[in-house]
Design a protein around this ligand. Structure first.
Ligand code: RFL
Ligand code: PHB
Length: 399
């Protein structure tokens, strides 16, 4: 395409990064620290991106990547280190000890905070990051000089680059620029969703509780010593209006409560419904376009893997781009997709397994529920099975 109607020519960079979510922002920082230029284009406002409530669990590998990006100071101060989680079923609560089983821990720190830290590290030294851009389009991806056209501040712009990083999430535009027939998609939709709340109340338990119950799944998580994050399995077409706060607390207590253990309630600050989906696009490369994070794959949130996978992708992409721009070799870029997809499929399996084991099956199938309880009992009583969960959850499973 040679559309030359753009009136502000001349923008040039090494890597054009589309999307200022965790993937795009972390990639920009990792490249910046290696002296590689990038421009980040984001279609939402800074305020919107910084307050979009999503994930909350970081693997040690993700923490290390954020340290490498020079953005972990507040995370290391305020993040809550957890050495295990609880699995609850049949009225029993069992602990999976990550420290003992996998010699590792996780850190609870909201995605909102990760994004705020990455944005301030980018904009304070004046790194190019444009919010509220529109009409992003990619051109000449199969040449060595791709271009990105977009609108910003009421004007058309054109950005010349050597590589485009498609970090624009599951509803982004980058994937749509891959030639027809190149991408293969693999997906699974689940017959349920999560109703999530953020509440101004101290967490009722020191660790996360994943609860299986005959009323459906529930999860008690947190954001800080003063903020709880809680989820309930619901239908994908559930109407949020039918869930006043009082009903949510009642249902959470029914699914998470145990004799002598009550969930503490508090003002609900935010609520929303998250659909559940497994989806992978292969390959994650097309010419000079490299997809990363949710733009290439989605996992259901039960394994807490979406954010971690997005960061792992850009860790590999940053290394490959260093080899390309500084080392002058393109072999790491050439194997980027294949190397990412190994971890992607490991995490797809883990997320699907956790989801299938913990959620009330369609039509409350009694046979499947019995299998779930048998699997949960095995996972909490066999050290081999518990280790499988622990290794995957903390992110140490071989890929
Ligand atoms: P993101 O975070 O979606 O960031 C993509 C960015 O690209 C922007 N964008 C565009 N920019 C320019 N031009 C365009 N045409 C653009 N189109 C989109 C978007 O505005 C956005 O800023 O993807 P990234 O960076 O790959 O990060 C992935 C994680 O955000 C994601 O995997 C997790 O948050 C998934 N996820 C959850 N994961 C968990 O582990 N636990 C959770 O509780 C959890 N909750 C969630 C979630 C994902 C959700 N989404 C995507 C619907 C809850 C929700 C609602
Ligand atoms: C969260 O705190 O938002 C969270 C924690 C664990 C999950 C999913 C979400 O598996």
């Amino acid at each position: 395409m040679t559309d030359r109607s753009y009136d502000v020519p001349g923008l040039r960079t090494q890597v054009a990064i589309i999307g200022a979510g965790p993937a795009g922002l972390a990639l920009a920082r990792l490249l910046e620290r290696q002296g590689i230029d990038s421009v980040v284009l984001e279609d939402r406002s800074r305020d919107y991106v910084e307050h979009r409530i999503r994930a909350g669990v970081l693997e040690r590998g993700s923490v290390e990547l954020l340290e490498e990006a020079g953005c972990a100071e507040r995370l290391n101060k305020e993040g809550l280190v957890h050495t295990g989680i609880c699995l609850q079923f049949a009225g029993e609560r069992h602990r999976i000890d990550f420290d003992e089983l996998a010699g590792a821990s996780i850190v609870v720190y909201g995605q909102t905070e990760v994004v705020k830290d990455l944005i301030s590290a980018r904009v304070e030294p004046g790194g190019p990051l444009l919010f509220e851009v529109s009409d992003v389009a990619l051109h000449d991806l199969t040449t060595s000089r791709p271009r990105v056209t977009f609108r910003h501040g009421g004007r058309n712009h054109e950005l010349e680059c050597a590589v485009v990083a498609g970090c624009d999430g599951s509803r982004g535009v980058c994937r749509g620029h891959v030639a027809p027939g190149v991408l293969q998609s693999y997906s699974r939709d689940y017959p349920f969703a999560w109703l999530g709340i953020l509440a101004a109340v101290a967490p009722s338990n020191d660790e996360l509780i994943y609860a299986h119950s005959n009323r459906g799944f529930a999860l008690a998580s947190m954001r800080s010593p003063e903020l709880s994050r809680l989820y309930l399995q619901c239908r994908p077409d559930e109407d949020l209006a039918t869930w006043p706060d009082e009903r949510i607390w009642e249902e959470l207590q029914l699914r998470l409560g145990l004799p002598g253990w009550e969930l503490a309630k508090g003002p609900v600050l935010e609520k929303g419904i998250t659909p559940m989906r497994s989806l992978v696009f292969e390959p994650m490369q097309y010419g000079r376009l490299f997809l990363a994070g949710d733009a290439a794959h989605i996992v259901p949130p039960t394994g807490a893997k979406g954010l971690n996978l997005a960061l792992r992708d850009v860790g590999l992409l940053a290394e490959a781009l260093v080899d390309f721009f500084i080392g002058g070799t393109s072999s790491s870029l050439g194997s980027y997709s294949e190397r990412c997809l190994r971890r992607v499929w490991r995490y797809e399996h883990f997320s699907w397994w956790m989801t299938s084991m913990l959620h009330l099956p369609e039509n409350a199938n009694a046979f499947e529920q019995k299998l779930q309880v048998a699997q949960l009992r095995y996972t909490t009583t066999s050290s081999a099975a518990a280790r499988t969960l622990a290794e995957n959850y903390v992110g140490l499973a071989p890929v």
